[in-house]
Design a protein around this ligand. Sequence first.
Ligand SMILES: Cc1ncc(COP(=O)(O)O)c(C=O)c1O
Length: 453
Amino acid sequence: MSDTVKFVLDEERMPKAWYNIAADLPQPTPPPLHPGTHQPLGPADLEPLFPMALIEQEVSTERWIEIPRPVRDIYRQWRPSPLFRARRLEQALGTPARIYYKYEGVSPAGSHKPNTAVPQAFYNKEAGIKRLATETGAGQWGSSLAFAGALFGIQVTVFQVRVSYDQKPYRRALMEAYGAKCIASPSTTTESGRAILEQNPNHTGSLGIAISEAVEVAAKDPATKYALGSVLNHVLLHQTIVGQEAMLQLEQAGDYPDVIVGCTGGGSNFGGIAFPFIGEQLRGKKKVRVVAVEPAACPSLTRGKYAYDFGDTAHLSPLVKMHTLGSTFTPPGFHAGGLRYHGMAPLVSHLKELGLIEAVAYPQTTVFEAGLTFARAEGILPAPEANHAVKGAIDEALRCKEEGTSKVILFNLCGHGHFDMAAYSEFAAGRLNDASYAEGELAMALAGLPSMA
Ligand SMILES: Cc1ncc(COP(=O)(O)O)c(C=O)c1O
């Protein structure tokens, strides 16, 4: 066992239930509120957007929620995903740390996103839904839902953030190959999009705006529902299969993590790898340090305010308590589109407030450098979003080297970067800068947070 590189689980050992951290929290998360009345939301308020099965998962406090058989059958296509021991990276860094990474880039769409796209499409299909509308930042989520839609015969419309639509034509082509319709956001298709374009016809878009467009389309058509690729409790729930598998694989390796690292856009891959371990800790097992890594250009967890805010720019979505930069904040167009979101998942935000997780922010050039160090040692070229986790893990490993300690570091390599080569070329040509946001715009967006009675 001592020189094993890849820890694989048999399909039969794939977890049969998702882990719901709500069951183990010392205090519940503050409830989502109705955008108009500011009263706690009831299931009926969410019904125009989501099928009841997903609404039930959103509010559930059951610890284990069974993964339906048809979903498990599809998961089998790429799950259990491998857990690698990064032996060559350890050598390259000269660290005594033991570094493990869970590789989610083996999914058909190339990231962790199908872990939730498939069950979301499944529950919508069960509810008789014909069409789904969604947003995408990096194109990873859009392609994942497009893939899931193709499997279940659901038509998918994706509003792709303008900057990503322009940067990544092949992500768009992939969505279209799966049969989805892809529209650059802001678009003239919706009222929210038109209002933004009237003010600024060259708007680069944001996840907040793309969400508004998708929610508007779903709210106006009873046969269309909305699907979100991150942030919500049920999305993070679906991703916990990642951490549960990692736990079994680390058992094979005879290790348990001292530190867990994940990148955070809306919090889903991070929650997926970390929640099962935090849950064990909350139930009395070993304490783990958990580090969320975000971009310095969109630093919701490290610079945002913990407050009730809208999940979208046009304020069509419920109010949730989260770390936010303000729903009108447009992050600069840096190359990790999946991390360009103004808010953080309420569950992740809550854990940060409870002191159960830490957060750090890095500028994009340092994370691309880390990504290349990783690629040159391990061979896998990470997605720009995943580079944030790589950078976090490398920094932890270098700290171990300085201190002479041999900690176990686990991180989520949430996706590959094969559709992100334009960004890597820009970096190689020295054209990637550390785009920073306008402090004035951030202050304005934060000043505009809804006032709660
Ligand atoms: C590869 C990849 N990683 C991470 C993210 C960020 O989302 P989350 O924080 O929900 O994992 C995205 C989002 O699109 C992504 O495509």
